[in-house]
Design a protein around this ligand. Structure first.
Ligand SMILES: Nc1nc2c(c(=O)[nH]1)N[C@H]1C(S)=C(S)[C@@H](COP(=O)(O)OP(=O)(O)OC[C@H]3O[C@@H](n4cnc5c(=O)[nH]c(N)nc54)[C@H](O)[C@@H]3O)O[C@H]1N2
Ligand SMILES: Nc1nc2c(c(=O)[nH]1)N[C@H]1C(S)=C(S)[C@@H](COP(=O)(O)OP(=O)(O)OC[C@H]3O[C@@H](n4cnc5c(=O)[nH]c(N)nc54)[C@H](O)[C@@H]3O)O[C@H]1N2
Ligand SMILES: [Mo]
Length: 758
């Protein structure tokens, strides 16, 4: 099992030669193909390695990270060096000086989950500075609990696809329902029902309006509206204005199930600020004709309507506003909690929303307790490293950045996920020591001092399952561990032994005994529920167990039926269209109700004079993030070895760019090369360059070097969504694009750095 689906692997005894999707999967993800040849790929880290400068001069801030070469060491040497350095940092600076947030997706599997492993290990040593929330849902994770009392239930207990297919008349999809993203689900997935559900929905007479800069964010027939990126909140306000001024809003639902509609309406109709958010006002911002907005609002009020907002809409500056405004719009329609009506967040963002959940907790490696109080919102990592001791605002708190001496990363790749990579490179020069566990020489591994070669999930036994999939799956190792790579668990167990916390960390279990132990705990839940729960050996032999699922769920159905008996966990127990708490923080970038803020990176502002194209840095079709970028499916998507950038033919023609040309994409933060693909399914003035091409600086010694491979995060701004959530804002950035006529530099991202062998 991988994050992108369940499969049988064929091997030649050392590497994967073919993958066969699980026969029960109705629409397997093409990303599966990247596993072929991945185990022995030349980008693997084959043995523990230490940066030469660190080995020779010891720990300390340095600009050499990312340029130095490495020296191979033995496992016992690695364990000694790393244990001594952890001890030094803890004894001299305290546990707070270790940043162990270690954000990232790692691989599927409940036990060998790298983040859980590193957190458990660091907790055994007395804790670490942690991170809150995710790059996926930074803004949502903070705002939605204040608005509807939860963020995770919006996906994990969302209205089921079957309910939509049977009941919905109209889906209004902000960000579309991109099937490319439904290939993926955290910890795996055994079935992909979204394509079929959309087809059944349309066969029954349902209609879709897809509001997105990209036509292919919706598969099949739909009305495609392509507003200016980043203007959705203005567009939604225009729709809300029609509902309010034509009396199409559900006053009873707003009175019984919501608080603060009046405050919001004062803003909407301009009583508060003298600016009514009319369809014309909205049109001036989003570029969709006012008459079309009026027509759409009336249509939404005329039948059963589902308003959906993809996660990308909150991965931008002021990202709190789009999901908040989406809920407000759905609340005005009064259909929240009805079959097929209301609000959805993340249909088409991942293969979880719309799928039936299982009623049991998942088998989970306990992470222990972290006594360290310091934390950061996850996307503030460069800020933290560059500004130790400085204060900052976050979610009603005034926090201080800790002074980090050791950065410990296992299972993530900041050179994939973080913004403004040139700034990140400088930030990574600050700590004394950077430790990275990864199976591959990712750009993050190249910027480490101590590189620990991990196995991949194909080289070890594990068990996996997720919240919204009926199968608990046995992941049998397909091939032996490559070269000197080792499970993260084995590395941490050896370090724990050296540091005197072996008993706490391992609890005396081998990896296989942990699998049996976690399975045994899970089995008790199922047994109590009367479900089938074979013993471990039977499960391991048969390969999976099928669990009961809660079918036909409707989001907030109970709450709708009886808001007094089933209140939301907001302060008022209702939907907070106005949040007194958020209002009370007094932030200038997040008011107490959904508000239109003009972003810096958008086509309607000053900056677009210099950088006139709006780049959408969305999720890649051909892989998960940066994982297996060297795989055959990802490589087949490249243009002359570069990440494809899609442009509208008119924008390309104006720049003398032809399909297949290599282009330079740039702004005042950085530049990258990419391969041009002309496509009239991209809105004019928009270009699309997905994340995930491994960062490949032309000159590693130059901290502002161009990336020759096409990583959009050399361009994106490193700013939080707002003081409230400080969510990742990597989805949007203004750029300029020109044809690249210079000599084409080779892509060296997948060739390991120089390592001195022993
Ligand atoms: N511009 C822009 N940037 C974005 C986004 C965007 O929309 N735009 N999206 C953001 C989002 S939503 C996310 S979730 C992040 C994703 O960012 P990440 O999750 O950091 O990206 P991955 O490439 O999945 O990194 C996982 C790493 O774990 C390694 N790994 C796999 N298995 C193991 C293992 O068993 N042990 C160890 N030690 N390592 C392992 C892989 O080789 C890989 O290097 O990116 C964010 N970045
Ligand atoms: N194939 C594949 N699937 C993935 C992933 C992957 O790496 N590869 N990553 C997974 C992860 S970790 C996450 S969090 C989810 C992320 O899920 P999302 O964040 O929803 O995914 P994106 O593809 O970044 O964005 C979805 C679409 O939103 C549209 N969009 C962008 N800006 C705007 C805007 O301002 N307005 C409107 N209306 N639309 C806009 C873009 O056209 C884009 O294609 O995807 C998951 N699925
Ligand atoms: Mo994500």
């Amino acid at each position: 099992m991988a994050h992108w689906g369940m499969f049988e692997a064929e091997s030649d005894g050392s590497d994967i030669t073919a993958v066969h999707p699980f026969p029960g999967d109705r629409d397997p993800s093409p990303i599966l193909g990247n596993a072929v040849g991945s185990v022995r790929h030349g980008a693997r880290v084959t043995a523990p390695a230490v940066r030469r400068g660190w080995l020779e001069h010891g720990p300390g801030p340095t600009e050499a990270r990312g340029r130095d070469d490495f020296v191979e060491v033995s496992w016992p040497e690695l364990t000694d060096l790393l244990a001594a350095e952890l001890r030094r940092v803890i004894d001299t600076h305290g546990n707070e000086a270790i940043y162990g947030g270690s954000y990232g997706w790692a691989s599927a599997g409940r036990f060998h989950h790298a983040q859980s492993q590193v957190h458990r290990f660091l907790n055994c040593l007395g804790g670490y500075t942690r991170s809150l929330h995710s790059y996926s849902l930074g803004a949502t994770g903070v705002i939605m609990p204040r608005v509807v009392g939860t963020h995770w239930k919006l996906f994990a207990r969302s209205t089921n696809w079957d309910v939509i297919a049977r009941n919905t008349d109209l889906m209004v999809c902000f960000g579309g329902v991109p099937l490319k993203n439904t290939g993926v689900n955290h910890s795996g997935t055994s079935d992909h029902p979204t394509r079929g559900a959309l087809d059944r929905f349309r066969d029954r007479g349902g209609a879709v309006v897809s509001i997105s800069p990209l036509r292919d964010d919706l598969h099949g027939e739909c009305t495609w509206l392509a507003p200016r990126p980043g203007s959705d909140v203005a567009l939604m306000l225009g729709l809300a204005h029609v509902l309010a001024s034509e009396g199409l809003h559900d006053k009873e639902f707003l009175a019984t199930h919501c608080v603060g509609y009046e405050r919001f309406e004062d803003y909407l109709l301009g009583r508060a600020d003298g600016v009514p958010k009319t369809p014309q006002w909205a049109s001036d911002r989003c570029g969709i004709a006012a008459a079309d907005l009026v027509g759409l609002a009336r249509r939404m009020a005329a039948g059963r309507t589902m308003v959906t907002v993809t996660w990308s809409l909150q991965r931008v500056r002021h990202g709190e506003q789009a999901p908040w405004m989406g809920v407000t719009l759905a609340a005005m329609l009064g259909q929240i909690g009805l079959p097929g009506g209301g609000f959805g967040h993340g249909y088409g963002s991942m293969n979880e929303p719309g799928l039936a959940p299982v009623p049991y907790p998942l088998p989970t490696l306990p992470q222990g307790n972290n006594p360290v109080k310091a934390y950061i919102p996850v996307a503030a990592v460069s800020d933290m490293l560059l500004h130790p001791g400085e204060e900052f605002d976050y979610d009603g708190h005034r926090l201080t950045y800790p002074d980090i001496r050791l950065v410990y990363w296992a299972g993530g790749n900041p050179f994939h996920h973080h913004q403004d990579l040139n700034r990140l490179r400088r930030a990574l020069g600050r700590p004394d020591t950077v430790v990275v566990h990864d199976p591959y020489w990712t750009p993050m591994a190249r910027h480490a001092d101590i590189v620990v070669p991990s196995t991949t999930s194909l080289e070890r036994n594990d068990i996996t399952c997720t919240r919204n999939d009926p199968l608990l799956v046995a992941m049998h190792a397909a091939v032996p561990a490559h070269a000197h790579s080792r499970d993260d668990y084995a590395t941490f167990a050896a370090l724990a032994e050296k540091l005197g916390v072996a008993a706490e960390f391992t609890e005396g279990r081998t990896a296989q005994q942990w699998l049996e132990h976690l399975y045994g705990q899970w089995r008790e839940y199922v047994r109590r529920d009367g479900g089938p729960a074979p013993d471990f050996r039977t499960f391991w032999r048969e390969g999976h167990v099928r669990m009961r699922t809660e079918d036909n769920l409707i989001l907030f159905e109970d709450f709708r039926a009886d808001p007094v008996r089933h209140p939301l966990t907001t302060p008022s127990g209702r939907i907070e269209i106005f949040s007194a708490d958020v209002d009370g923080f007094g932030y200038d970038d997040c008011a107490g109700h959904p508000t239109w803020y003009q972003p810096e990176e958008w086509l309607g502002g000053e900056r677009a004079q210099r950088f006139p194209l709006h780049l959408i840095a969305n999720q890649p079709r051909a892989r998960l993030h940066g994982q297996l970028d060297h795989g055959p499916v990802s490589q087949a998507s490249k243009v002359r070895g570069r990440e494809p950038i899609r442009l509208h033919p008119a924008d390309a023609a104006a720049r003398g760019i032809a399909d297949g040309d290599v282009v330079r994409v740039f702004n005042d933060r950085g530049a990258c090369l990419a391969g041009a693909v002309l496509d009239d399914g991209v809105r004019a003035e928009v270009v699309q360059l997905s994340t995930g091409a491994w960062f490949d600086p032309l000159d590693p010694a130059d901290p502002d070097s161009m990336c020759v491979h096409g990583n959009p995060n050399v361009l994106t701004p490193d700013v939080g969504s707002s003081k409230l959530a400080h969510g990742c804002t990597g989805q949007h950035v203004l750029v300029q694009v020109e044809r690249f006529d210079g000599e084409l530099p080779p892509v060296r991202a997948f060739a390991p750095p120089r390592v001195q062998l022993r």
